[in-house]
Design a protein around this ligand. Structure first.
Ligand SMILES: [Zn+2]
Ligand SMILES: [Zn+2]
Length: 137
């Protein structure tokens, strides 16, 4: 992590990304079934950023994961990189793709789609939980 921003990338390093700290819009955990299937984990930690400020090296493959957005991943190593809604309002980078995933700026601050949480996955933190998307339910 530099003083100005955060960098990360896929496992093999072919795709790299960087974003200034000023472009971070929020962080959280997503429990939705799409994130689970694509990340391979029971929950996906994300960092929302301003798409205009995201710098990418390499050419990730895109996959339409829903009617409203796409996912980007490296087709060499298979590492999932981000979700991008079609309206271009934000991009959620996978928090675990950052070179310093323990950086304070990328730590999750809430849960979304908690209604889809797997029954065997217990939440031990006290962060706000939203049953659906980013709006309280
Ligand atoms: Zn890769
Ligand atoms: Zn999700």
């Amino acid at each position: 992590m530099s003083a100005e921003g955060l960098a990360g990338g896929c496992h093999c390093g072919r795709i790299r990304f960087a974003v200034p700290l000023s472009a971070l819009l929020g962080t959280g955990y997503c429990h939705c079934s799409i994130c689970r299937r694509l990340s391979g984990g029971p929950v996906n930690a994300w960092v929302a950023v301003d798409p205009q400020a995201l710098r990418v090296e390499g050419d990730p493959r895109r996959y339409r994961s829903s009617a409203t957005g796409t996912r980007a991943f490296c087709d060499d190593c298979g590492g999932q990189l981000w979700f991008a809604p079609d309206d271009g309002s934000f991009i959620t980078l996978n928090a675990t793709g950052f070179d310093d995933p323990e950086a304070h700026a990328v730590r999750p601050t809430l849960h979304v789609y908690e209604a889809d949480r797997l029954c065997w996955f217990d939440i031990a933190d006290k962060l706000p939980r939203h049953a659906g998307g980013s709006q309280p339910d």
